[in-house]
Design a protein around this ligand. Structure first.
Ligand code: THU
Length: 159
């Protein structure tokens, strides 16, 4: 599929008032849903047995996948969302348009933990998080909705 460019400039977002950002198209959403489901298969989660997969769409239209990677020293485990973000940043991508997340929970949409929301927020507030169920249904919220009144890089420049 041809790579799509997204307008990711601050303040320009379809779910935010006065926004003119490019919406994520249906095909691209379906691809994100597929990639996060596939990434879940690589989850290393022998302790929780709770596999999670993530698919991160950059503003350049590139997709990075991630899964949770646990450790015998429990606090060192990392979530799928942060794995995807670290893969992207380490390859030079820091502008993000959307992320989709998958787990095996049938009853509820998988939601990102607080730590992941803060890590997402480091790279802007104006992107979409698709929270899925295994049956392919999803809910979508902006990061701003998931983490209102957040602290970020701009706050360090205020004094
Ligand atoms: N986990 C994620 O990877 N993402 C989430 O959104 C929620 C939780 C992981 C962390 C841990 O490996 C396992 O799921 C159980 O909490």
């Amino acid at each position: 599929m041809a790579q799509v460019q997204y307008d990711c400039s601050t303040g320009n977002h379809p779910n935010i008032t006065n926004s003119t950002a490019s919406p994520v198209g249906h095909e691209q959403i379906q691809l994100l849903l597929q990639v996060c489901k596939e990434a879940k298969k690589s989850a290393y989660c022998p302790y929780s047995r709770f596999p999670v997969g993530a698919a991160l769409l950059t503003c350049d239209g590139k997709i990075f996948s991630g899964c949770n990677v646990e450790n015998a020293c429990y606090p060192l485990g990392i979530c799928a969302e942060r794995t995807a973000i670290q893969k992207a940043v380490s390859e030079g991508y820091v502008n993000f348009r959307a992320m989709a997340i998958a787990s095996n929970t049938e009853e509820d949409f998988i939601v990102p933990c607080g730590a992941c929301r803060q890590v997402m927020r480091e790279f802007n507030r104006d992107w979409d998080i698709y929270m899925t169920k295994p049956d392919g249904t999803y809910i979508v919220k902006t990061l701003q909705e998931l983490l209102p009144l957040s602290f970020g890089p701009e706050d360090l420049k205020k004094f």
